[in-house]
Design a protein around this ligand. Sequence first.
Ligand code: ADP
Ligand code: MG
Length: 218
Amino acid sequence: MTAIVRLAGVTKRYRRGREVVTAVDDVSLDLPPGSMIALVGPSGSGKTTLLNLICGGDEPDDGTIEGPLDTADWSQLAIVPQTIGLLPELTMGENVGMPIRLGAPAATDVAEVMERLGIGALADRPPEETSLGEQQRAAVARALVTAPGLLIADEPTSHQDEANTDRVGEALADVVVSGSCVLVATHDSRLLARCDLVFHMRDGVVTGANGVTRAGSG
Ligand code: ADP
Ligand code: MG
């Protein structure tokens, strides 16, 4: 199957004074379409750096990344950042609808996706009048309004309880069924149970991958 993203020998170094940190060290991997893929590893192992490289937020020092950015079609890529990244001057609903306002084709109704993630009643509120968990679900909703080919989510359930983790997991699983590739950095066992493939990271190196048997639907 043709990969949606192909990394070959990708390396990223950060310089802090005299010290050089190799945050991502010679990583090669393929991300197949129609799959949910996890990146797991201890804090500081390079997960966020690797996600940033894949979504074009940063450039590798070595290696190549082939992916949706090659086509410059931004509607093919959606990101749920670890820092959530809602615009404070917009309402929750306006934040969720932002990709559509920027010209991406809408795949689902803003109100519908917000309802699904349990934030339907919050559409007219500014983010600062909502909880961090609700803001994080708005960031997930914003990534889902366009049915992207590649959805990258950095610890998307870090502020969720179990019921809301399942809401997020189900919504992500649905875009996978429609053919997208979802790549998540996560430690969450409820989310990992939905993944087809798990890459393990340590000190910038992808040390291995496991296929995961899909848990029953629910
Ligand atoms: P993770 O997401 O797995 O917690 P990160 O990708 O955030 O890990 O960080 C990997 C390593 O790179 C860590 O040692 C971190 O301190 C370092 N690092 C990340 N971003 C920067 C930066 N902008 N400048 C210097 N070092 C950084
Ligand atoms: Mg991180």
